[in-house]
Write a protein that binds this ligand. Sequence first.
Ligand SMILES: CC(C)(COP(=O)(O)OP(=O)(O)OC[C@H]1O[C@@H](n2cnc3c(N)ncnc32)[C@H](O)[C@@H]1OP(=O)(O)O)[C@@H](O)C(=O)NCCC(=O)NCCS
Length: 145
Amino acid sequence: MTDYKIMNKSHIEEMVEIEKLCFNSGFAEKTFLRELENKIAYYIVSETDGKISGYGGIWNVCGVAEIIDIAVHPDFRKMGIGQGILEKLIDFCKKEDCLELNLEVRESNIPAQKLYEKLGFIKNGERKNYYDGKETAFLMSLKLK
Ligand SMILES: CC(C)(COP(=O)(O)OP(=O)(O)OC[C@H]1O[C@@H](n2cnc3c(N)ncnc32)[C@H](O)[C@@H]1OP(=O)(O)O)[C@@H](O)C(=O)NCCC(=O)NCCS
């Protein structure tokens, strides 16, 4: 059973652990603490059987939203949780009357690209050597109006 909640301080310790499992240089505790104070940020977490299983966050910059972070703990993948998180973020952006939701994703990150495509995102550009001066970023966008 998975619930989706707005992030608060008590979730951060587990979020940092998931960041370490998912990314080479993930967000540290202080980054998430800063995001709690950030007026344009909105983060939700998923809680599965009492454990934080994943989370995702956006920034709403004057009606154009950007995905800042999304991750699911490796033990909880392929269970629909990433999709659940993304759907909640999209719902929030619609409520906030955003024009579109944008993101960057590594060229090699097929699971994430498939997730975004499943929810209607379309690739609309790329940035060469964006990650570590080596890997291309695909730009993807979901029109909300
Ligand atoms: C990308 C990520 C968030 C997906 O989370 P998840 O909970 O495993 O995804 P879901 O179970 O909700 O899957 C939803 C859809 O995503 C796609 N998908 C997810 N994992 C996939 C995989 N390993 N291969 C191919 N498609 C995949 C499928 O379209 C899937 O729909 P389906 O089950 O009907 O086939 C997860 O793999 C993750 O945390 N990766 C590491 C962090 C990361 O890369 N974040 C994104 C940075 S841009």
